[in-house]
Design a protein around this ligand. Structure first.
Ligand code: CTP
Length: 467
């Protein structure tokens, strides 16, 4: 690999030198210089096409896949030409790390959407035994096995990557600081606790008082080792951003994209089909928090935006979009279609209130038939609810008025894996429902991560190739 790459580099350097010479010589002998340049470019192209593509393999659980995982995949891809991802199945995750939050099909959908991933192998073992490595080399044509610079130990304390290391087939990439599945589960547990407090609040209370109380609550506690977004990282993920070509139809999808998941992937995939260029607005933290409590969003704006940028269906991203699609936004980006999940036009606070109202109705004593007699309390509760609904605006109202609003139909009930129906709220619900199991798993993982940060040095160099 290094020889042919070295050859390419030399050829590319020659080309650059010739271009520089040509800048001066082109006046004297334009035809000859052009022919020379064309011949060199042909040689470079043919050498590239003759070289056997380097296949690299990265495995993982990729539970609650986050931008740290995406950055690992980006670096792994930079180690070669084709990135093959090994997805560890649920039973293996359970055996080696504890219960996963997401099912295999849900984890798979997000990883398959990451733009640096070329192939996926399912049902791979957590332990890279010599026999399994042999299968990777011979059956899947893998040249190198890649993993982050964090220790990856098997339940018996041995190194899961010992075999490829001994065989000289191991490549290490730099782990992304400030994010991990454990950290995200910790944040979800806090968000779930805040949801419980809100759910138990008196439904007849004044909404403004509720909001004020919520705002006064301690803001979400972020890890002290939290992720720091740099422009370089954003450039690596976005590939510099693309501009729509003349005549391309721009589609705009927007949302919080908190806990980026298979449901988001489906929305973006379907949105892309409605045009040629998909622009995604990732709501700022205030918009993403609206009506959901101080513990939301679970991921901060730069974290959510990177998750969206890593998705292959996305062409460009607005980092910190407003909750409401404005006339100005539509005009500025020449948006031809504003796309949302069906039912998504109902603003989040209203959705919460509808659910709360439904519960309140269920709890109310049944009427005995005949004339419906409302109690004074019930009437005033309805009045308040109506007032709350009126205050809230449909975020897609202007797009509807302009006739550019399109709905993505809900996923078919018989969707193969069911992964498409996943939502961020469902993820929070799952973690809350098994709080004890996740707290126990995280207590073990928190210790390992604390040790990792204590011993952390900066030895591994992050791979520079940007896309
Ligand atoms: N990874 C990374 N940066 C992170 C988290 C994971 O580079 N912040 C890399 C790991 O080093 C590994 C790959 O992503 O090469 C898949 O990781 P996974 O098996 O999902 O588990 P963990 O390493 O335990 O990641 P997490 O703690 O987030 O679960």
């Amino acid at each position: 690999m290094s020889t042919s790459r070295g050859g390419e580099r030399r050829l590319a350097a020659t080309l650059a030198a010739m271009t520089a010479i040509a800048a001066g010589a082109v006046v004297a002998a334009p035809g000859r210089v052009a022919a020379l340049l064309e011949a060199s470019a042909r040689a470079l192209r043919s050498r590239r096409s003759r070289r056997k593509p380097v296949r690299v393999y990265m495995d993982g659980c990729f539970d609650l896949a986050h931008f740290g995982h995406a950055n690992a995949l980006r670096q792994a891809k930079a180690c070669g030409d084709t990135l093959v991802v090994g997805l560890v199945p649920d039973a293996e995750v359970l055996r080696c790390k504890g219960p996963p939050v997401l099912r295999e099909a849900e984890r798979r959908a997000v990883i398959a959407s990451v733009k640096w991933v070329d192939e996926i192998i399912e049902n791979v073992p957590y332990d890279l035994t010599p026999a399994f490595c042999e299968t990777l080399y011979s059956k899947h044509g893998v040249d190198f096995i890649v993993h982050g610079d964090d220790p990856c130990l098997l339940p018996d304390g041995t190194d899961a990557y010992d075999a490829p290391k001994r065989a000289g087939r191991f490549r290490m990439i730099k782990r992304t600081e400030g994010v991990s599945t454990t950290d995200i589960v910790n944040r979800i547990l806090r968000a779930a606790a805040s949801d419980e407090r809100r759910e138990n609040a008196d439904p007849a209370k004044d909404a403004a008082k509720d909001a004020a109380k919520d705002a006064a609550r301690t803001p979400p506690k972020r890890s002290e080792n939290r992720f720091l977004a740099t422009t370089r990282r954003i450039a690596q993920f976005s590939g510099g951003g693309r501009a729509p070509q003349p005549g391309q139809r721009v589609v705009y999808a927007h949302g919080a994209f908190d806990l980026f998941n298979a449901g988001h992937v489906r929305l973006l995939r379907e949105a892309k089909k409605m045009g040629d260029f998909l622009l995604v607005g990732v709501h700022d933290d205030d918009a993403a928090r609206a009506g959901r409590g101080a513990a939301y969003p679970v991921l901060a704006l730069p974290e959510r935006a990177l998750g969206v940028m890593a998705c292959r269906h996305v062409d460009d991203v607005i980092v910190g979009a407003p909750a409401e699609v404005t006339r100005d936004l539509i005009a500025t980006f020449d948006v031809r279609a504003v796309v949302a999940e069906s039912g998504a036009s109902v603003p989040e606070p209203e959705r919460r209130d509808r659910a709360r109202d439904a519960r309140a109705r269920d709890d109310a004593p049944a009427h005995s038939g005949g004339d419906i007699i409302h109690s004074r309390d019930e009437d005033s509760f309805r009045e308040e609810t109506r007032a709350r609904v009126i205050q809230k605006r449909d975020p897609n109202e202007i797009a509807k008025t302009l006739g550019v609003f399109r709905e993505v139909p809900p996923p078919a009930a018989d969707a193969e894996s069911g992964a498409d129906r996943l939502t961020s709220s469902e993820i929070v619900r799952r973690v809350a429902a098994a709080r004890g199991a996740y707290e126990a798993r995280n207590a073990r993982k928190n210790q390992t991560e604390a040790r990792y940060y204590e011993q952390k040095s900066n030895r591994t160099i992050e791979l520079a190739r940007e896309t």
